[in-house]
Structure formats: C-alpha cells, structure tokens
Design a protein around this ligand. Structure first.
Ligand SMILES: NC(=O)c1ccc[n+]([C@@H]2O[C@H](COP(=O)([O-])OP(=O)(O)OC[C@H]3O[C@@H](n4cnc5c(N)ncnc54)[C@H](OP(=O)(O)O)[C@@H]3O)[C@@H](O)[C@H]2O)c1
Length: 254
C-alpha cells in the first residue's frame, strides 16, 4: 500500500537495469519506497542496480529473470511476483530497444524482433499486471512510451511505430482500469541522455533521466494520465501532429 504520504512502498520494474528506471527508483527511495523487484535479463546489471538501491535505503531488493521476447512466460512471472510480494503499489514498464533504423530496414527479422520487444511484450506484461492491479483494487502502472509514438519520422519509424503501438495499448488499458482503483500513466519523454542514445546527435529539448523521474513522481502525486518530458513537448507535438506531411518532412528528417 502507498504510505500515509501517498508514496509507493512496493515497486516492480520490468527493464530493471534501465537508466531512466533507476532514476525513478532513486527518487522513490528518497520518498520511502522500501521494496523493489527488478525484472531483467542481465544479472550483473541488476545486481549493480540493487546495490545502489540498498545504499539509498531500500530495504528489500530482489532481481528476477525477465526476457521480453518470452511472452508465454509473462503471466506466470507477474503472478509469481505479486503472489510473493502481496500488494504492489507501482509497476514501471521500462524495457525497450531503439535499434538503428537503417540496419533494421535491411533486416526485417531484426525489425520484427524489436517490435516484439517494444510492443508485443508490453501487451503480454501489461495485461497480466492489469489483472493483478484490478484484483487488489489499487496501484499505478507507469509505461515509458516516447515522443516518437506521436508521429512517425523517416529516421526512426520502426522504433516509433512500435512505441505508437505500446502507447495506444496503455492508453486503452488505462480506460479499461477506470473504476477499479488502479490506473495507468503513459510517459512520453523526448531525447533522454542514457546509454540508449549514447553517441547520437541530440534532438531539440534533450533531457535527463532525472527529469523523467521528476515527471513520473509528479504524475503519481497529481493523478495525471499522460506525462511529457520536458512538459513543453506536449505543445510542440500538438502543433507537429497537425502539420501537413510535406512540411513535417521538411522540418524533420524525411
Ligand atoms: N533514452 C531515450 O531517449 C528515451 C526516450 C523516450 C523513451 N525511452 C524509453 O524509455 C525506456 C527506458 O530506456 P532507457 O533510456 O532507460 O534505456 P536503457 O538504459 O537502455 O534501458 C532499456 C532497458 O530495456 C531492457 N531490455 C531491452 N531489451 C530487452 C529484452 N529483450 N528483454 C528484457 N529487457 C530488455 C534493457 O535491459 P539490458 O540491460 O539487459 O539491456 C534495459 O533494462 C525504453 O522503453 C525506451 O524506449 C527512452
């Protein structure tokens, strides 16, 4: 259960080694989150993250194996986590791959694989988590979507389309959970300086994992359903969404 201040006590992260997720967890640790489950595929990275969280005051940190591509096992994994930890206040969906557009265009199986990680796995984990949140009658599911979900661009439409799918899925899931006591928050960061974007030319309005973490914490406090980071991207994208395609291509990279 959230504590008396409304802060989550028990948090589960799918993509437990994500830099953005770790910034969120660092903020939450300072706000008295005491139990964290890190689900991921790289034991060494999860152990390093667990150590940092223990130092930050999280008393119980557990690492569990999670591979996004193994969708058949997702429901059992979610059930196992919830069965062993009881009430879960917050589930953060932080796994994802960016890929290289040119490489993906030349390699359809690799592009399909990326879509399975970013979109298909979000569906299987998301539905399993929603069933448990609905049953317990409370909890937040926070999904890291992207500004790339808003309008496909020539330079990264494989990634962008996979994020558009997961973004639409989680918005619908939020509607499905209305009245249950549980809810969904969709987070749309712009370019965030993490290992995912290392070496890339920065896009306008580039930001930090800490700024995304602040946006997530604010949404938990205010009940916002959609979070843009930085916030002014909401207005920028409101304009860009409606630009005629030739103009959009000229402004962007198409
Ligand atoms: N950085 C940005 O500019 C940006 C902007 C908007 C949205 N986002 C989204 O924010 C989320 C977190 O990104 P980040 O910047 O924190 O990058 P990150 O540090 O690279 O985190 C990505 C996470 O996804 C996990 N992952 C990738 N493929 C997986 C698979 N097949 N099975 C299980 N886990 C897998 C990674 O695990 P490993 O450690 O095992 O690789 C890692 O934990 C992603 O969904 C990303 O699309 C990022």
């Amino acid at each position: 259960m959230n504590d008396a201040h409304g802060s989550p006590q028990t948090v589960v992260v799918f993509g437990g080694s994500s830099e953005i997720a770790l910034a969120v967890l660092s903020r939450l640790a300072a706000r008295r989150t005491r139990t964290v489950v890190l689900a991921g595929r790289n034991p060494a990275a999860l152990e390093a993250a667990a150590g940092a969280l223990r130092e930050a005051g999280v008393t119980s940190v557990e690492a569990v194996v999670f591979e996004a591509l193994e969708t058949d096992g997702h429901a059992a994994l979610v059930d196992d986590i919830f069965d062993r930890h009881g009430d879960v206040d917050l589930v953060l969906m932080a796994f994802g791959e960016l890929g290289d557009q040119a490489t993906l265009e030349d390699n359809p199986p690799a592009a399909a694989r990326l879509a399975r990680v970013n979109y298909v796995a979000s569906v299987s984990i998301g539905l399993a988590v929603a069933a448990r949140l609905r049953a317990q009658g409370h909890g937040n599911l926070v999904a890291l979507s992207s500004v790339a979900a808003e309008r496909p661009r020539r330079s990264n439409f494989v990634y962008g389309s996979s994020k558009a799918g997961m973004d639409a899925f989680f918005r619908g899931l939020g509607d499905a959970l209305r009245g249950s006591g549980a809810r969904v928050v969709v987070v749309r960061p712009g370019f965030v300086r993490t290992r995912m974007t290392a070496g890339m030319a920065e896009a306008p309005f580039a930001t930090t994992p800490e700024a995304v973490a602040d946006g997530v914490v604010r949404a938990l406090e205010t009940g916002a359903e959609t979070v843009w980071v930085p916030p002014r991207l909401r207005w920028v994208m409101t304009v860009l969404r409606h630009l005629p395609a030739p103009l959009f291509r000229k402004l962007g990279d198409g």
